[in-house]
Design a protein around this ligand. Structure first.
Ligand SMILES: Cc1ncc(COP(=O)(O)O)c(C=O)c1O
Length: 336
């Protein structure tokens, strides 16, 4: 809903410029909005476009570069095509597979030269801005028109703590507000319902407020750095085991490994199946929870560390558990 809120504000701003009042007249007959992004965008964007009546077809996923980022030359080419089309450029701080950050300092000014609205999917990666180690990845992100982020990922507060930040209060308010005669209005206070899609809602921000007050800046830095260290330790530790391939060494808290079928004649599809089998066996061991993903056509085990409690002992224990699973599965496969 943070994406929905921010993209509704974008829709308002872009269509107002075209002389179209979308809140009153809807989208039937409205100028079409397009969304340009790297092809690594998250499915939550797809669903937001469905809810907002833009349709999934509005999103063009441009081929990401080797580092999983949107390429400025490719974006510019897309922007030059039909430059008068109302456009949202979608960037992200940390894609779900490799934690790739788009290059905000180059891409946001470029998008703004073409009058596009820039929305950032910052679900987990926006929080890394607090750490001196990772701040460089977010350079320029403050120039975006909107951000969405989650408290329930890296901040470890309960689910359902999403946040929308919009740099244009008028567009944000126009997209969301409603005045009813039975509700008393006070211009001096911020009326919750004027800034989000709910009419009534509980104080969802309280958990995040409490976490930030308790942790302070240093606490959040420790949380971010600790998760990144753990992810790095897990990926490099697992990748050092025999029969394992390092697919992506974490830049932040996300990395990928792949397990190679030990049979000499094994093909890429065999490695895919073996990777799925090893991940399932690790899961069944109850020692760690990893999921599988398909990245650049290959099945991989996705290592993502978000929990503040994961420490160096856990990393050593999990690497040992994966080593045990690999030994057992290899012995079992030989006896088949
Ligand atoms: C990059 C990214 N964006 C958006 C989301 C959606 O998150 P949620 O529905 O938990 O707010 C996720 C969740 O994994 C994500 O990784």
């Amino acid at each position: 809903m943070a994406h929905v809120t921010a993209l509704a504000a974008a829709r308002n701003a872009l269509l107002t410029r075209q002389g179209w009042q979308v809140e009153r007249d809807g989208l039937f007959g409205a100028p079409k909005i397009r969304i340009l992004s790297s092809d690594q965008f998250h499915g939550s964007i797809t669903r937001a476009t469905r809810l907002l009546g833009m349709g999934t077809g509005a999103v063009t996923g441009l081929q990401a570069n080797h580092a999983g980022q949107l390429d400025p030359a490719i974006l510019e080419q897309a922007l030059q095509h039909a430059p008068d089309t109302p456009t949202i450029v979608l960037l992200q701080t940390g894609d779900l597979n490799i934690g790739a950050y788009d290059c905000f300092a180059d891409l946001i000014p470029l998008a703004h030269r073409y009058n596009a609205w820039v929305h950032v999917d910052g679900a987990f990666g926006l929080w890394a801005n607090v750490s001196a180690r990772y701040q460089h990845l977010l350079s320029g992100v403050e120039q975006a028109d909107s951000w969405a982020t989650d408290g329930h990922k890296w901040l470890n507060v309960p689910y359902d703590s999403g946040f929308a930040f919009v740099a244009h209060p008028e567009a944000h308010r126009n997209a969301m507000s409603y005045e009813a005669s039975y509700i008393s209005h006070n211009d001096q206070v911020r009326e919750q319902k004027d800034w989000n899609p709910d009419w009534s809602r509980r104080g969802r921000g309280v958990a995040t407020y409490a976490a930030l007050r308790q942790l302070g800046r240093e606490g959040v830095v420790a949380l971010i750095d600790g998760c990144c260290d753990a992810a790095h330790g897990l990926v490099t530790g697992i990748a050092a085991l025999p029969g394992t391939e390092l697919v992506w060494e974490p830049q932040i808290n996300q990395g990928l490994v792949r397990f190679l079928d030990p049979r000499p004649e094994a093909t890429e599809s065999d490695h895919d199946r073996w990777t799925d089998a090893i991940t399932s066996a690790v899961l069944a061991s109850g020692e760690a929870l990893f999921s599988n993903t398909t990245w650049r056509g290959k099945r991989c085990m996705r290592v993502s560390v978000c929990n503040w409690q994961t420490n160096a002992q856990d990393v050593a224990r999990v690497v040992a558990a994966v080593a045990r699973v690999l030994r057992e599965q290899t012995t079992e496969a030989k006896h088949k």
